[in-house]
Design a protein around this ligand. Structure first.
Ligand code: ADP
Ligand code: MG
Length: 319
């Protein structure tokens, strides 16, 4: 039987060259760069609630870290370190090895060092804390939007939720759509490069994890402004545009969640620079509306001026 300490040593202990002290002591010791603020975020993933118990462990390792890196990206922070707390039902070494592989592959790509954590036996649960750095004055806070700014969205929303609908038997997708949607659900790509390049360019950002409208509402509430969105300007992935169930496609697009795209606001004077940034990073950036003075509400209309709304399907644990 493999012990807790063997698991930590074999599967989770990797060099952490930029930490003063990594895994193995009571605490890690970290030194941020002079003048940088630490951006710190935790997300928890529970089997049966956030993912199916039989989910591929490599993809789970990727996603558990990706959702945390996405939070750093939404703050404009550079990822530096991570802590991993994990409850495992048993010492299934094949499972743990695959999980660690998925985790470290993504960690390496984004220069993130695992510097500590906790390992215990219990129902499968994963909690990662990501630590990044950001110049304090250019962090992309949710409460910084002002009226009269453009609202931008990276990539597309809705495919992850459409994948979930597919897995739950609520829709039947063709093979290309299924593949694209499942990739969005299982291996989201955190928009780290975009987030850091938006420092000083965008005013305010949030990552779309609970659904486009719900996350925009978080920004509006925090900033005390309203928003006008143009239905026809919302970017649509092929799987969403061609989905036979139009109501489901609309709800996924507006309220699905698990997208990990960046929603941000910026002054109109920044348009050309933001468009150039999107081309440079090869990330589609769509201008989907504008902030307006008034109540923190979203006015979403189609080309004929008709209001569009969605059933709120985004994730609220206590709803
Ligand atoms: P403590 O008794 O001080 O909590 P542990 O015995 O739990 O220490 O952990 C030993 C070392 O291994 C610590 O440095 C801890 O941060 C690290 N560690 C434990 N589990 C993990 C994990 N899943 N991933 C990374 N580091 C871990
Ligand atoms: Mg411990």
């Amino acid at each position: 039987m493999t012990s807790e300490f063997e698991i930590i040593r074999k599967y989770f202990t990797r060099p952490a060259p930029t930490a003063l002290l990594g895994i193995g002591d009571d605490c890690a010791l970290l030194r941020p760069r002079a003048g940088a603020a630490l951006a710190v975020s935790t997300d928890m993933l529970l089997a049966g609630r956030h993912f199916f118990a039989g989910t591929d462990p490599g993809k789970l390792g990727h996603k558990a870290l990706a959702v945390n890196l996405s939070d750093l990206a939404a703050m404009g922070a550079d990822p530096r370190w991570a802590l991993l707390a994990i409850a495992l039902p048993g010492a299934d070494e094949k499972w743990i090895a695959a999980f660690a592989k998925g985790f470290f592959r993504l960690a390496r790509r984004f220069g993130t060092e695992l510097v500590g954590g906790d390992t215990t036996k219990g129902p499968l649960a994963i909690s990662i804390t990501a630590i990044g750095e950001v110049p304090p004055d250019s962090a992309l806070r949710r409460d910084a939007a002002r009226a009269g700014e453009d609202i931008w969205l990276s990539g597309t929303t809705g495919e992850a939720a459409l994948a979930l609908a597919h897995l739950e038997g609520r829709v039947k997708l063709g093979s290309a759509a299924r593949k694209a949607c499942l990739a969005r659900l299982h291996t989201p790509e955190p928009r780290v490069a975009l987030g850091r390049r938006l420092r000083g360019l965008a005013r305010c950002a949030i990552d779309v994890s609970d659904g486009l409208l719900a996350d925009l509402e978080h920004v509006l509430r925090a900033s005390g402004v309203g928003a006008q969105l143009r239905w026809d300007e919302l970017p649509r992935a092929r799987a969403i545009a061609s989905c036979p169930d139009r109501i489901l496609a609309r709800d996924c697009l507006l309220a699905g969640g698990d997208d990990y795209e960046l929603l941000f606001t910026a002054a109109r004077s920044r348009r050309a620079r933001i468009e150039a940034l999107g081309r440079k990073l090869r990330i589609p950036l769509a201008r989907i509306g504008a902030t307006v003075a008034g109540e923190p509400e979203i006015d979403l209309r189609d080309a004929r001026g008709e209001t569009v709304s969605a059933r709120r399907t985004g994730f609220d644990h206590f709803a």
